[in-house]
Design a protein around this ligand. Structure first.
Ligand SMILES: Nc1ncnc2c1ncn2[C@@H]1O[C@H](COP(=O)(O)OP(=O)(O)OP(=O)(O)O)[C@@H](O)[C@H]1O
Length: 106
């Protein structure tokens, strides 16, 4: 699939139906990429923090959320997990984001 292809909830459901919740890291990674969720390496996050580009907006059970402003683009919410994130944790977040897709102010 190309990076530009839009992934709908139906696609996600079909994927989960085939694989259960035990998706491998590559599948979760590919789904994130196709659905517009960017993944950053720890070094990239450290770099952005060091340059003062991340504004902390809140904290939840699994991590801290920051606002990231990119020139000429919409603002992004960057979530940093406490400790190491498993692909299941990541998938749970992506599923929650998929549910609120299109909700105003999110
Ligand atoms: N898209 C967003 N727009 C505005 N604020 C956000 C957004 N995403 C996260 N936040 C802020 O960051 C906080 C932490 O978000 P996060 O998703 O980590 O946890 P949560 O869903 O609030 O709680 P928990 O993970 O414990 O259920 C939120 O409570 C909110 O204040």
């Amino acid at each position: 699939m190309s990076g530009k292809e839009e992934v709908t909830s139906a696609d996600l459901k079909a994927l989960l139906a085939r694989n259960g919740d035990a998706l491998g890291p590559r599948q979760v990674y590919n789904w994130c990429r196709r659905s517009g969720v960017k993944l950053f390496t720890p070094d990239e996050v450290e770099d952005m923090l060091g340059k003062g580009r991340l504004l902390k907006i809140g904290e939840g059970t699994y991590g801290v959320c920051y606002r990231l402003s990119l020139h000429g683009d919409r603002d992004w919410v960057l979530k940093r997990f406490h400790g190491e994130a498993t692909s299941d944790m990541l998938l749970k977040e992506v599923k929650a984001l998929d549910k609120v897709k299109g909700v105003k102010g999110v």
